[in-house]
Design a protein around this ligand. Structure first.
Ligand code: COI
Length: 370
């Protein structure tokens, strides 16, 4: 079956090997994160001569790649992570696919990859959710984690932008990102490693940023910590991110609480959850701003009680409280080490919008026509 669209013609080749419903239900009972995949995927090819072409919905299957394909050597690749939710009133909605499509384009530009039009990015999601909608789980903390990505697929070892690119979209019904759900993490302030430097790829969602972080994450684990916190690469003093998530600091409490998240200096990932929470915090009457915080200010703020809560935020885990901090120069607790009231209130507000349990005043939900 082929369907004409304004941008690109998608071909739908449904698989004959769908997972039997009983087996699907068994997997959805406890999917974990990023381990279970739906029956189909979307693939779109690009080359220099034809631009984007061959848009296809097809059965989820391993790829066959030439060993000399450029991404395996020079890592020219970008990805996104966004979620679809089963709605309280029925149907499926995707959270802010336009914001993710825009970031996907910016990441692609930084990696010298072609930009996928936003309408095609959203159509790919609509088509996958239409054919695999029954895979979207409904339990609290569960969602369909969508992973669009593209990579240089030209065969050749020359270092240059690939003249062939493959876009894929896969869907992974998922539960909590961190095993055990929402519980405070202990973080390690990394002074030996840097995630990103000015002029680098820190603002792009590209696998290399994550690969470069794994050793620091292992060092954090050796120190008995759950996650690494990245500091600026020049002074190792200014707080940037936690692992693959943005950070947010809460000063004061009650109605007078003020939120601050490190500003997007070019070395941080512009998180969609980060942006959504800045907006939601203001909706709830809190002051919320972008700023700068040093590790000394983090420590002294916790000691004198002015800094009351710290949380990490990202699509996968939504909000994760930071309960304790360790560094080569000392350790301290954030508040009483338990999830803070404001962190949990913001988390609940966001999740209620995502699931259709609360109004969506900013038009963040994109409904999939099933
Ligand atoms: C997210 O918080 O959504 C992330 O980016 C983490 C992801 C790489 C699993």
């Amino acid at each position: 079956m082929s369907t004409e669209t304004s941008a690109l013609q998608f071909t739908v080749n449904a698989t004959d090997h769908r997972m039997p419903p009983a087996e699907r239900q068994r997997l959805l009972a406890d999917p974990g994160f990023g381990r279970v995949f739906t029956d189909h995927m979307v693939r779109i090819d690009w080359n220099r001569a034809r631009g984007w072409h061959n848009a296809e919905v097809l059965g989820y299957a391993p790829l066959q790649l030439d060993p000399a394909v450029t991404v395996l050597h020079y890592a020219q690749a970008v990805f996104e992570g966004l979620k679809a939710f089963r709605q309280e009133a029925g149907g499926i909605a995707v959270f802010r696919p336009d914001a993710h499509a825009a970031r996907f384009r910016r990441s692609a530009r930084r990696l010298a990859l072609p930009e996928l039009p936003e309408s095609v990015f959203i159509e790919a999601i609509d088509r996958l959710m239409t054919i695999d909608g029954e895979w979207v789980p409904s339990a609290p903390e569960q969602s369909m984690y969508l992973r669009p990505f593209m990579f240089g697929s030209e065969v050749g070892l020359g270092v240059r932008p690939s003249s062939e690119v493959t876009f894929l979209l896969i869907g992974s019904p998922s539960g909590s990102y961190f095993p055990g759900g929402v519980k405070p993490v202990t973080v390690w302030l990394s002074e030996d490693f840097s995630r990103a430097a000015p002029g680098g790829t820190g603002a792009a969602k590209t696998g290399g940023n994550y690969a470069g972080g794994l050793l620091a994450q292992a060092q954090a684990a050796e120190q008995g910590c759950d996650q690494v916190v990245w500091l600026d690469s020049q002074e190792h003093r200014w707080v940037e991110e936690m692992g693959g998530m943005n950070l947010c600091f809460v000063f004061g409490s009650g109605r007078k609480a003020r939120l601050m998240t490190p500003a997007l200096t070019g070395t941080l990932l512009p998180g969609v959850t980060r942006d959504s929470l800045l907006t939601l915090a203001r909706d709830l009457g809190y002051e919320a701003e972008e700023g700068k915080i040093s590790t000394e200010e983090w420590r002294t703020g916790c000691a004198d009680g002015s800094l009351t809560e710290v949380f990490a935020c990202g699509t996968a885990a939504v909000i994760t409280p930071v309960g304790a901090v360790k560094s080569a120069h000392g350790s301290w607790t954030v508040g009483d080490g338990k999830p803070g009231d404001i962190s949990m209130r913001l988390r609940q507000s966001l999740v209620e919008i995502q699931r259709g349990l609360a109004p969506d005043p900013h038009g963040w939900l994109h409904r999939v026509a099933l």
